[in-house]
Design a protein around this ligand. Structure first.
Ligand SMILES: Nc1ncnc2c1ncn2[C@@H]1O[C@H](COP(=O)(O)OP(=O)(O)OP(=O)(O)O)[C@@H](O)[C@H]1O
Length: 266
């Protein structure tokens, strides 16, 4: 099914348009014919069973999949009106930032975790100010302001993840991709990240892969449910099964598989 062409929000602009995207690693097909629109200033949750290609999909958006030599894709991914393959990958990854499953701060000070990326990207403004602003955006400033030169590795998991989000925000991305950002966190840290995402969506477009149905239903505006089909030769291929406003996906999905997945009867 085609989930593009102003399907859900006719009046909103789509920041990413995925058209007929299929992904292969060597001869194995991982994703088949994905058509999807990501809307600006919305949170889009990507859900689906393990192995359906959620991570692979979002890594196509900022071309991280290309770092695997066996990767190949057909179809198109447009950011605005430009195909991402035509963009400089370093600049693309600044515009399309990523937060990973496990917090991965650099083994440097809290300050340097943010300042390094700014310096590498030739930031011309006041670095101290930007460090403070980014830490305030993730509600970490008050917790770390007296220890900015302490190793980031001494922070708790939840603090480390907020630092990683701050590091991404400092580079002023348009889109933030999050790959199960709370899977390594306790419920309190998860709740703080949820609140944070809610605040951030006024300024950024967020795409979050999650296995946490509560998180998806609480924070996202739109939800894409991916499923897996098995071909006659036994190959397992991920496809986009249903995409709609989150309220619809969780309360009145059109497909039984979606209903079973979101109610954990899958
Ligand atoms: N670099 C790679 N080379 C070969 N196969 C890969 C590579 N990366 C991912 N795959 C395969 O692609 C399929 C989809 O993986 P992916 O991590 O995208 O799924 P997922 O839906 O995010 O899974 P999970 O929910 O378990 O994280 C899996 O079968 C995986 O083994």
């Amino acid at each position: 099914m085609n989930f593009t062409s102003d399907y859900l929000y006719p009046n909103l602009s789509s920041i990413l348009t995925i058209q007929n995207l299929s992904v292969f690693f060597d001869k194995s097909q991982i994703l088949e014919n994905i058509n999807l629109q990501i809307y600006a200033y919305k949170i889009t949750a990507i859900i689906g069973p393990s192995g359906c290609g959620k991570t692979t999909l979002i890594r196509c958006f900022n071309r991280l999949t290309e770092l695997s030599p066996n990767f190949r894709r057909v179809g198109n991914i447009y950011m605005g009106d430009r195909e991402v393959s035509k963009l400089n990958p370093v600049e693309l990854r600044r515009q399309v930032g990523m937060v990973f499953q496990k917090p991965n701060p650099f083994p440097k000070s809290i300050y340097d975790n943010i300042a390094l990326g700014l310096r590498i990207n030739g930031y011309q403004g006041d670095i101290d100010e930007c460090v403070e602003y980014s830490l305030r955006q993730v509600f970490l400033w008050d917790e770390v302001k007296n220890n900015l030169y302490r190793s980031a590795l001494t922070l708790s998991g939840g603090q480390q993840q907020r630092l990683c989000i701050a590091r991404t925000l400092a580079l002023k991305p348009d889109i933030i991709l999050m790959d199960e950002p709370c899977s390594a966190l306790d419920p309190i840290s998860t709740a703080r990240i949820d609140e944070l995402l809610y605040e951030l969506k006024h300024s950024y477009t967020i795409v979050v892969v999650t296995h946490n149905m509560q998180q998806a239903s609480r924070i996202s505006d739109l939800t894409a449910f991916f499923n897996i089909k098995t071909t006659e030769t036994g190959e397992k291929i991920g496809y986009l099964s249903e995409y709609d406003k989150t309220e619809v996906i969780f309360h009145h999905p059109k497909q039984q598989a979606t209903q079973e997945y979101v109610s954990r009867r899958f």
